[in-house]
Design a protein around this ligand. Structure first.
Ligand code: GDP
Ligand code: MG
Length: 163
């Protein structure tokens, strides 16, 4: 079985954008499993010479604004359980929110390697969020832009160390 990475974090931070970038054009084998993993997407990711399975936690049903619904919690826990390592994504432009901290608690409790990714960091717009994100206790953040493909060299270096 290939090395498996779960992308987790609150809605709207860019998880699916990152998933699509890592999976490339072969986009999203949709996993139609029943129950809590219903809208989890899984695909074969690649970064440089690294190949891995990647899981996007969709959070399609995100419920009341800003809340961590039971569904999101279950989906995140299921993805974490299936993973060898986690990519924890924040929106570096937005800075940390209480919801980020709630998801970070899951990531910490998993006792699995975590890459802290400060997304939306293109053009230095992420500097404040990057600075804040040290407080999550998930290690040093890696500034990336999933949309513009920036920071992927740093992501590669960090991922290579884990695999
Ligand atoms: P998810 O809910 O975490 O899966 O987030 P999405 O991947 O659906 O992205 C949410 C929004 O953020 C979309 O409008 C994306 O276009 C935008 N987004 C994602 N990545 C980036 C990025 O690197 N930079 C900027 N500026 N926007 C991004
Ligand atoms: Mg998504």
């Amino acid at each position: 079985m290939s090395f498996t990475i779960a992308i987790i974090g609150r809605p709207n931070v860019g998880k699916s954008t990152l998933f699509n970038r890592l999976v490339g054009q072969k986009l999203a084998l949709v996993d139609d499993q029943p129950g809590v993993t219903r809208d989890r997407r899984e695909g074969q990711g690649r970064l440089g010479d690294l190949d891995f399975t990647i899981i996007d936690t969709a959070g399609l049903d995100s419920g009341p604004r800003g809340s961590l619904t039971a569904r999101m919690q279950e989906q995140t826990e299921a993805a974490i359980a299936a993973a060898d390592a986690l990519m924890f994504v924040i929106d570096a432009r937005a800075g940390l929110t209480p919801n980020d901290r709630a998801f970070a608690d899951f990531a910490r409790r998993a006792n699995k390697p975590v890459l802290l990714l400060a997304n939306k960091s293109e053009g230095r717009h992420g500097e404040v969020g990057i600075a804040e994100s040290y407080a999550l206790g998930l290690g040093d953040p890696i500034g990336i832009s999933a949309e513009h493909g920036e920071g992927l060299g740093d992501l590669y270096d960090a991922l290579k160390d884990l695999m």
